[in-house]
Design a protein around this ligand. Structure first.
Ligand code: KIV
Ligand code: ZN
Length: 520
C-alpha cells in the first residue's frame, strides 16, 4: 500500500456552503489558486446542480486548474451527475463525486426508502458518472452511523460499479477514533474488492474529533483525507487541512505517511480563506491560530531562548510565518527583554538592563502586552507611562444614516500647540472620523485589522475597538473604549497616533546618537 495520503480539499464546497454570505467567483478562484499552490491533490469546487452561479463557478475554476484535479459534487441522481459532468468538461481530467445516505436514520427518515433501493441508486449513479470520467468518487453519507454489514455491501457494490475512490464520511462527527479506525479496518477485512479503490474519509468536527478520526482512518488503510482550510464547513466544520498536513509531516516517524502539501504555503492560504470567508481564526487554533507559536509564560520563554525544541515542535517558518513569537508581558523574564533588545539592534552598552526591566514591568502591568516600539520608547525616554499623551481627543460629532453622506467633525489636542479642528466626509461614520484624524496628524495610516467587542453587559456595556494600523511599514496597535463605538474607534486611532509620535521621537534620538558616535 502506498504511503502517500491524497489531500482532497472541500473548502469551496463543504466550507463555502456553511458561510453566511457566498463567495464571488473571483474570490473562489483566488482561493482555488492558493489551494493549488499549497499542493492539494483534488479540489472539490462546488455542487453544480444547486444553482446556475455554482455551475458557472465550478466551470470557471475547473478551466484554470493545472495541477490539482477539479471535482464537483452530485447527489446519486442523473440530473445532478449531468450538471457536474457538464460543468467539469472544460478540464482535461476531472472527478465526479456522487453520494447517497447509507445510515438507517437517513435511509428511513430522510430518503424514506429501503436500503436495497438506495444501493441500487448508488450503483446507477456511479455507472452514469463513469460515462463522463474514469475518476468517480462515491460517498456513503453518514457512514459513521451506518450498520457495518450495510456499509460493507455498499462499498463493494460501488467499487464493482466503477468507483475509483470510496469515501466514508462521519457526516455528523459522531464517532470516536478507535471506533472510526475500526470501521475502516473492518472494510479492509471484509470487502473483497477493496484493493480496487482508494478509501477516503470525510470527518466532521461536532465532537472535536475530526482530525483524530481522520488520522485513525489512515492508520487503518484509508489513503485520502477530505478536509478544509481552517476546518471551515457545515456546523462545527470539517477536518482541518493544515492540522492533517502538519501531523503527517511532524510525526512521519510514527505514522510513516506523507502528502503533497507544501507547508510553507499554509499560513498565507489560511489567512486568505479567513479574510475572504469572513471567518476569523480562534487565537489558540492549532497551526494557524495567532497564538500557535507565541510563548507567554516566563518559564517557556526562557526555555525557547535556550533551545527552541524545548517548547516548539514545529517552527513558525515551516508554515510560512516569520514573526517574533515571544509575547512580552509581565511574565517575561529579564533574559527575554535582553534578547528582544538584541534583536532590535541594541547591545548591553546602549541601556541599563535593570532600569529597563523595571520600567518594562510597570508598563506591562498597565497595558498587558508590550510591543517593540514600547520597548524602544522605554529605552529612550524615562517614565513614558507617566507622561501625558501627545494627542488627545477633545470633541467628536458625527452625522450619518441611510441616504445621508457620513460627515464628521473632530477636534484633536496636539501637544502644547493647541487644538485643531477638521471636518470630513467618508464611506461611513468611522471612515469620516479617520479622515479627519489623519488630516490633523498628517499621518498616512492604513488599517490592517479592526475588531470590535463589548466590555460588560447590557445597556452599560462599553464598546472596545482594537486596531492594528500600519505606518511607514511598521505596525502599531491601538485600543479605544467608550459607550459609543464611533468614539471608541476614534480613541483607538488616537492611541495609534501616540505610538507613532513616540516612535518618531525614538527615531530622532537614534539618529542623534549615531551622529555623536560618528563624531567620536
Ligand atoms: O458530510 C458529508 O457526508 C458530506 C458528503 C457529501 C461527502 O459532505
Ligand atoms: Zn461534509
Amino acid at each position: 500500500m502506498t504511503d502517500q495520503v491524497i489531500i482532497f480539499d472541500t473548502t469551496l464546497r463543504d466550507g463555502e456552503q456553511a458561510l453566511a454570505a457566498s463567495l464571488t467567483v473571483k474570490e473562489k478562484l483566488q482561493i482555488a489558486l492558493a489551494l493549488q499552490r499549497l499542493g492539494v491533490d483534488v479540489m472539490e469546487l462546488g455542487f453544480p446542480i444547486s444553482s446556475p452561479g455554482d455551475f458557472k463557478s465550478v466551470q470557471t475554476i475547473a478551466s484554470q486548474l493545472t495541477t490539482s484535479i477539479p471535482c464537483a459534487l452530485a447527489r446519486a441522481l442523473t440530473k445532478d451527475i449531468d450538471a457536474a459532468g457538464e460543468a467539469l468538461r472544460v478540464a482535461e481530467r476531472f472527478r465526479i463525486h456522487t453520494f447517497i445516505s447509507t445510515s438507517t436514520i437517513h435511509v428511513e427518515n430522510k430518503l424514506r426508502r429501503g436500503f436495497d433501493d438506495v444501493l441500487e441508486m448508488a450503483v446507477k449513479a456511479v455507472t452514469h458518472a463513469k460515462k463522463y470520467t474514469p475518476d468517480v468518487e462515491f460517498s456513503c453519507e453518514d457512514a459513521g452511523r451506518t450498520p457495518i454489514d450495510n456499509l460493507c455491501r455498499m462499498v463493494e457494490a460501488a467499487i464493482k460499479a466503477g468507483a475509483t475512490t470510496v469515501n466514508i464520511p462521519d457526516t455528523v462527527g459522531y464517532t470516536v477514533p478507535s471506533e472510526f479506525g475500526g470501521i475502516i479496518q473492518t472494510l479492509f477485512n471484509r470487502v473483497p474488492n477493496i484493493d480496487q479503490a482508494v478509501i477516503s474519509v470525510h470527518c466532521h468536527d461536532d465532537l472535536g474529533l475530526s482530525v483524530a478520526n481522520s488520522i485513525a482512518a489512515v492508520q487503518h488503510g484509508a489513503r485520502q483525507i477530505e478536509c478544509t482550510i481552517n476546518g471551515i464547513g457545515e456546523r462545527a466544520g470539517n477536518c482541518s487541512l493544515e492540522e492533517i498536513a502538519m501531523i503527517l509531516n511532524t510525526r512521519k516517524d510514527h505514522l510513516g505517511l506523507h502528502t503533497n502539501i507544501n507547508p510553507v504555503e499554509i499560513h498565507r492560504t489560511s489567512q486568505l480563506v479567513s479574510q475572504l470567508c469572513n471567518m476569523p481564526i480562534q487565537p489558540n487554533k492549532a497551526i494557524v491560530g495567532g497564538n500557535a507559536f507565541s510563548h507567554s509564560s516566563g518559564i517557556h520563554q526562557d526555555g525557547v531562548l535556550k533551545s527552541k525544541n524545548t517548547y516548539e515542535i514545529i517552527t513558525p517558518e515551516s508554515i510560512g510565518l516569520t514573526q517574533n513569537n515571544l509575547n512580552l508581558t509581565s511574565r517575561s523574564g529579564r533574559h527575554v527583554i535582553k534578547h528582544r533588545m538584541e534583536q532590535l539592534g541594541y547591545g548591553e552598552a546602549d541601556y541599563n538592563l535593570d532600569e529597563l526591566y523595571a520600567d518594562f514591568l510597570k508598563l506591562a502591568d498597565k497595558k498587558g502586552q508590550v510591543f517593540d516600539y514600547d520597548l524602544e520608547a522605554l529605552m529612550f525616554f524615562n517614565n513614558i507611562h507617566e507622561e501625558p499623551e501627545h494627542y488627545s481627543l477633545d470633541y467628536l460629532s458625527v452625522q450619518s444614516g441611510s441616504g445621508v453622506l457620513a460627515t464628521a467633525t473632530v477636534k484633536l489636542k496636539t501637544g502644547d500647540s493647541g487644538h485643531t479642528v477638521e471636518a470630513a466626509t467618508g464611506n461611513g461614520p468611522i471612515d469620516a472620523v479617520y479622515q479627519c484624524l489623519n488630516r490633523i496628524a498628517g499621518y498616512e495610516v492604513t488599517i490592517d485589522d479592526y475588531k470590535i467587542s463589548s466590555k460588560g453587559e447590557g445597556k452599560d456595556a462599553l464598546g472596545k475597538v482594537d486596531i492594528v494600523a500600519r505606518y511607514q511599514g511598521r505596525k502599531f496597535h491601538g485600543i479605544g473604549l467608550a459607550t459609543d463605538i464611533v468614539e471608541s474607534s476614534a480613541l483607538a486611532m488616537v492611541h495609534v497616533f501616540n505610538h507613532i509620535y513616540r516612535a518618531q521621537a525614538v527615531e530622532e534620538k537614534k539618529q542623534a546618537r549615531l551622529e555623536i558616535n560618528d563624531q567620536v
